[in-house]
Design a protein around this ligand. Sequence first.
Ligand code: HEM
Ligand code: HEM
Length: 522
Amino acid sequence: TSDSLLTKAGGELDDRFKLALPARILFNKVFPDHWSFLLGEIALFSFILLLLSGTFLALFFEPSMVEVTYNGVYVPLQGVEMSQAYHSALDLSFEVRGGLFMRQLHHWSTLLFMASILVHMLRIFFTGAFRAPRETNWMIGIVLFWLGFFEGFFGYSLPDDGLSGTGLRIMEGMTESIPFIGPWASAALFGGQFPGTSVISMLYIIHVFVFPLLILALITVHIGLVFAQKHTQWPGPGRTEHNVVGFRMFPNYVMKQVGFMLFIWGVLGAMAGLFQINPIWLFGPYEVSVVSSASQPDFYVMYLDGLIRLFPAWELRIPPYFTLPPVFWPGIVGMGLSVMLPLLYPALERRFTKDRGHHNLLQRPRDNAGRTSLGVMVVVFWIIGVISGGNDVFAEQFDISLNAMTWAGRIGLVVMPIIAYYVTYRICLGLQQHDREVLAHGLETGILMRDPNGRFYEVHQPLAEPDEHGHTELEYNGWVVPKKMNRIGALPPADKGFFKSIEEPSEDGRAERRDEIESGKH
Ligand code: HEM
Ligand code: HEM
């Protein structure tokens, strides 16, 4: 029978490779389940697609700045002088079978990759998942973010179209602004004067080899650590700092993950086929003297561009030693802070709160009003930076003066984060209060009653047996408090179908909760 055949094959394999025990441990690993835990997976799945689509592009792309004359099928550019790199990217778009689809797939995957990393990071931040023992994984994550940032930037610099060159020009300006070493660093990068003849081939090796390897290695360590340290979970019935409640790796989690991956790839494939992204043939080849309006970087680079646009033209001269151009502050200092502050945040928070304990249960954002408000403050700062990175487009589309946009950005950047902090703090306190109110008095039912004395009152549905004053002695313990009627004690739906829950049915035959408890220490 097939059974004995399989068993035999399994036995033979185990004899040789000793796989049974590790496989059993792996299959039986328990993961907690929450939609927000899928964000890291979206990053992972789009990264895999980036490796695949990038490999296809690398087969046809020529990373060379040698000047050639365009002789391809796109009529408007015929006879135009351009670099070989731009020529081959045009060929990829118009003449290689499936090439345009692959370019667009690569670009849309990049955008989803960066967006999911950002939201994943916010999830980790706002729920306190970065606290001990997971600070290292937070720091690896921040490094991953910046590797992704530059990998994307280098990627869209490769085709050597009008937009790529404009981005590289800004990078050149930033590099040159570094005191003392700037000009040498820039000359090393561009092989002499900008734009030089070598930067594309250098970025190419970094883009297709160095950074993908680094990212792959770090993702491996990152996910390895999630395995080793176990995933955090939301507090709730039966969940403690020392157990993990959720689904087993096999079959539940594996099935879900594979399905989810195919879904993400399907969505990206549809986007690549249907929606245009980075139509380089419209931008023309890069010329140093041409910067057109509406030159926007990808969204993850935009806040930096925005900061550069907003910063006042303050030039600091200390003759005869050096001149600090304005771009130094937003470009080098701004970026330095954007790397260092997030990297050190877990350590800083630990120092200020003096909380040295290990935490495997997540916090609801409202329960840590200070951190949540700080996070919203940074998000607001970032959004204003992003909007200002496209302030010429806003000015043009809405017929506002560019000057007004710039000043609105400058004032907004200083004022709005403070307002955001205050408002968020109040909202958190309000939510906290409401939770305690519901715990003490029950849920509002919307039913108004009138007693014989003529007093109106609203009927409350208590969450537990009330005392004679109608109060319940429930303590808030970080769990979600039910806010709708008849949700109290609602169980998750019972398991149906082939992949039955692992637990035995209880004595009275009712389906048990399918939650699973992996005992063991964190
Ligand atoms: C181009 C991002 C990995 C090969 C690009 C572009 C971006 C990008 C945004 C510009 C696409 C366009 O023309 O619109 C990324 C990111 C990666 C990644 C974020 C990983 C995290 C890779 C890998 C390879 C690769 C692993 C090859 C093995 C290429 C090539 C181009 C390119 C050859 C130039 C082709 C072209 O732009 O038409 N990349 N990429 N990429 N990428 Fe990647
Ligand atoms: C957890 C992947 C970037 C911090 C995870 C998980 C995956 C993942 C699959 C487990 C599932 C989940 O909680 O979502 C990735 C990939 C990244 C990336 C592929 C980018 C290439 C980041 C960044 C940060 C970060 C930018 C923060 C700065 C963490 C932490 C955990 C985690 C602290 C543990 C969370 C917990 O146990 O609750 N990551 N991540 N990751 N990630 Fe990332």
